[in-house]
Design a binder for this molecule. Structure first.
Ligand code: HRG
Ligand code: AKG
Ligand code: FE2
Length: 372
């Protein structure tokens, strides 16, 4: 069943740019039951069937919901509640763990500190957050003969709320295990060995968790006069297809840097939007019991452009309610070299993307993300 048919299926999206655009004219995001990827005792054929759905979603949309992921509400719900409690603390308390170069870009970013850059434009985001990464001691990195990065180090955990760290660690551990299983499904969908991304590529994922609080965008207007008088009307205009880069959004349009992002968000608020090939913004409304997932820049390189990381942004247009989202970013190993796989490169043609060391790609983003 997975012989020539599969080869044909993979090749299908590889044609002209026009064909690719046609296939990315989605108006909703697929929902994928990942139960067989999570279960201990599923058959390879069942996992391949999920892989086939992941393949279509990654090729044609770049975003999808996962259901039957096995993470209990007690894990993903509790972390949202704790985050809201922590963000309610006074600013001077939150600043105790603020991001600096000395903190290895880990910790608290105040409202407006994050500048999202994309294709030469930039956007000051209207959110505050806590950035947590895989932890490594610089001494250990150097002992392994690897170059120390400005990002390497330990996290600043939100210690002012003593219960928060354990809840976050449980969440991170669950999401890391889950995302590695989804990545195995994506490998199957690409006709690769199931464990293709384990080991040197992503077996020691340089994961990131960002705990984000988006106050209503309208509350930002009082601050906006200072940097150029951005109005609520302008913010409404931003809902259209043409993006005015001077307009302030909750999070500016961008693609994610790594492999797979899984978003845990406040229920009943629609704020995340995904751009299709026509430039329309498709809402990624929360669906109870699911995570919104999207692929990042690295699958674009591996598949030589067959998979594209989809542009997205966040607008909290609610008049008074805060939104929390806690994306978990499953990334390659810091030292992984990501290069187009030969089966995605037509013979005799130059690959579309040069090899990239993931850590270098991450550094180039993170070191330019903040006005500290
Ligand atoms: N490590 C990863 N994948 N991080 C992705 C975050 C991208 C969003 C961010 N607002 C930005 O400034 O681009
Ligand atoms: O808050 C969200 O729903 C998504 C945030 C996001 O796109 C990001 O942090 O990369
Ligand atoms: Fe994102």
């Amino acid at each position: 069943m997975f012989g020539p048919l599969r080869a044909g299926r993979l090749a299908a999206g590889r044609g002209t740019v026009g064909l690719q655009l046609l296939s990315r004219l989605f108006s909703s995001l697929p929902i994928i039951d990942v139960g067989p990827l999570v279960a201990e005792n599923s058959d390879l054929a069942e996992r391949q069937a999920v892989g086939a759905q992941l393949h279509i979603a990654c090729r044609d949309v770049g975003f999808f919901y996962i259901k039957n992921h096995g993470i209990p509400e007690s894990t993903y719900g509790k972390v949202l509640t704790e985050a809201q409690r922590w963000f309610n603390l006074p600013e001077n308390i939150k600043e105790q763990i603020k991001i600096t170069p000395q903190s290895h870009y880990r910790g608290y970013q105040r409202l407006g500190a994050n500048v999202t850059r994309y294709e030469g434009g930039f956007q000051r985001d209207w959110h505050e957050g806590i950035d947590l990464y895989k932890e490594e001691d610089i001494g250990d990195v150097e002992a392994q003969g690897r170059p120390a990065s400005p990002i390497h180090g330990r996290n600043q955990w939100p210690h002012q709320l003593p219960s928060f760290e354990a809840i976050l660690r449980t969440y991170i551990e669950s999401m890391l295990t889950l995302s590695a299983k989804i990545a195995r499904g994506i490998a199957l969908g690409l006709d690769l060995k199931e464990d293709y991304f384990d080991g040197q590529l992503a077996g020691d994922s340089y994961w990131v968790t960002r705990v984000i609080h988006y106050p209503p965008l309208s509350e930002g207007t009082q601050h906006r006069g200072e940097d150029g008088g951005i109005t609520a009307e302008a913010s409404d205009a931003a809902q259209g297809a043409v993006v005015d880069r001077s307009v302030q959004l909750s999070c500016g349009e961008h693609t994610d840097y790594g492999m797979l992002t899984m978003v845990n968000q406040t229920p009943d608020m629609t704020a995340l939007q995904v751009r299709n090939a026509q430039g329309e913004w498709v809402p990624a409304a929360p669906i109870p019991g699911t995570f919104v997932c999207n692929i990042g820049d690295m699958y674009k390189v591996w598949t030589n452009g067959l998979y594209q990381p989809t542009v997205h942004r966040v607008i909290n247009s609610h008049p008074s309610a805060s939104r929390i989202s806690i994306p978990f970013f499953f990334e390659p190993n810091f030292e992984a070299t990501v290069r187009p796989l030969p089966q995605f490169c037509p013979p005799g043609e130059q690959p579309k993307h040069a090899p990239v060391r993931y850590g270098t790609h991450l550094e180039s983003k993170v070191l330019n993300n903040f006005e500290l």
